[in-house]
Design a protein around this ligand. Structure first.
Ligand SMILES: NC(=O)c1ccc[n+]([C@@H]2O[C@H](COP(=O)([O-])OP(=O)(O)OC[C@H]3O[C@@H](n4cnc5c(N)ncnc54)[C@H](O)[C@@H]3O)[C@@H](O)[C@H]2O)c1
Ligand SMILES: [Zn+2]
Ligand SMILES: [Zn+2]
Length: 345
């Protein structure tokens, strides 16, 4: 089969690899129908993720058809249409029993990281019963692909951890696919104000269309000042960090109001200064989280009902064998005005 293979920082190739086979009775082999590229894949391509080694097939998102199952798989059968979760869960370890699948002792984020991923014609999914979901044909497959990673990430790490409530004023720092997924799912709770902050005017325009009540370009370095003006100096109930750099974490610290929440989503490569000298008395909470995908069954129902249409995030479409070009486009997201790129086998 053909697959997108990582060969060290900056090096990738669309090349021939052996078709995966069942290794454990709990495995399933999936024929990929649609997959996508994540911001995290770009981090990997820069060599930022040490667990990804030369020869690894990338990708942790996708939908497909079950081709074969191991003898221990009971909930799925050949021919079933499935959503692949970016998080593999054994369902049996202490963490899985707490719903913290991201820290599963036998899985977690392994796809396209420690084991071969979904940017290929076929993929092996361990613990298939607890890592795959049945999906219907009634909904556009592009919508389902957004449920592998970005929707549960935005919702769990941003909206749930940020404790977004009706009437809240919230700010989302970063209007990439993850920030926009926060924007879409925050609206389940009817916050009064959603302030979207980014340095890319095109993405801020998209955010307006998706329900942001105010947008703010922070390239002038005055984001904190401007948000404090917008909120009568009160700050926000939830400041959601969806970039992953010290500058944007600082914005969150500067705009969180008394009793508010800083919900970090971004993957950080550098340490930040925590301003306890001002925050100690402000009754705030600070949360971090690797997406658990515990909300996936709920999100599936919302998408199935048509109330959430995450396919709006798809800006570019390619055939799977054009994935090298798709990486170039996604890697130049600002110039190409790209959000999510979908690859169809
Ligand atoms: N916690 C998790 O489980 C989890 C899961 C998936 C992704 N992530 C992380 O979430 C983050 C966002 O992902 P994404 O795919 O949307 O990334 P992205 O790179 O597409 O989007 C980031 C956005 O931040 C904006 N930005 C950059 N610098 C800025 C600044 N100084 N001020 C304001 N905005 C700025 C960019 O213009 C861009 O729109 C990444 O760090 C990603 O690795 C975390
Ligand atoms: Zn991802
Ligand atoms: Zn587990």
């Amino acid at each position: 089969m053909k697959a997108l293979v990582y060969h060290g920082a900056g090096k990738r190739a669309w090349e021939e690899k052996p078709k995966p086979i069942i290794k454990a009775p709990t495995d399933a082999i999936i024929k990929i129908s649609k997959t996508t590229i994540c911001g995290t894949d770009l981090h990997i391509m820069k060599g930022d993720v040490a667990t990804v080694t030369d020869g690894r097939i990338l990708g942790h998102e996708g939908v497909g058809i079950v081709e074969t199952i191991g003898e221990g798989v009971s909930s799925f059968h050949a021919g079933d249409k499935v959503l692949i979760s970016c998080i593999t869960a054994c369902g049996k370890c202490d963490y899985c029993k707490k719903g913290m699948y991201s820290h599963c002792e036998n899985g977690g984020w392994i796809l396209g990281n420690m084991i071969d991923g979904t940017q290929a014609e076929y993929v092996r999914i361990p613990f298939a019963d607890t890592s795959l979901y049945h999906i219907s044909d009634a909904i556009n497959d592009e919508a389902w692909v957004m449920l592998s990673d970005i929707l549960p990430t935005g919702f769990e790490c941003g909206v749930l951890n940020g404790q977004v409530k009706p009437g809240d004023t919230i700010a989302i720092v970063g209007a990439g696919p993850i920030g926009l997924a926060v924007l879409l799912t925050a609206q389940f709770y009817s916050p009064a104000e959603i302030i979207m902050i980014d340095v890319d005017d095109n993405r801020l325009e998209v955010a307006k269309k998706f329900g942001a009540t105010k947008v703010l370009n922070s390239s002038d370095g005055k984001a904190v000042e401007n948000v404090m003006k917008m909120t009568n100096k009160k700050g926000v109930d939830a400041a959601i960090e969806a970039v992953g750099i010290p500058a944007t974490f600082d914005i969150c610290q500067g705009i969180v109001g008394a009793g508010g929440h800083i919900a970090n989503i971004g993957v950080h490569g550098k340490s930040v200064n925590l301003h306890l000298e001002t925050l100690w008395s402000q009754n705030i909470t600070l949360t971090t989280r690797l997406v658990d995908t515990v909300s996936t069954p709920m999100l599936l129902k919302v998408v199935q009902s048509g109330k959430l249409q995450p396919q709006q995030l798809v800006t570019h479409r390619f055939k799977l064998d054009q994935i090298m070009k798709a990486y170039d486009t996604f890697g130049n997201a600002a110039k190409e005005r790209a959000l999510k790129v979908v690859l169809t086998a």
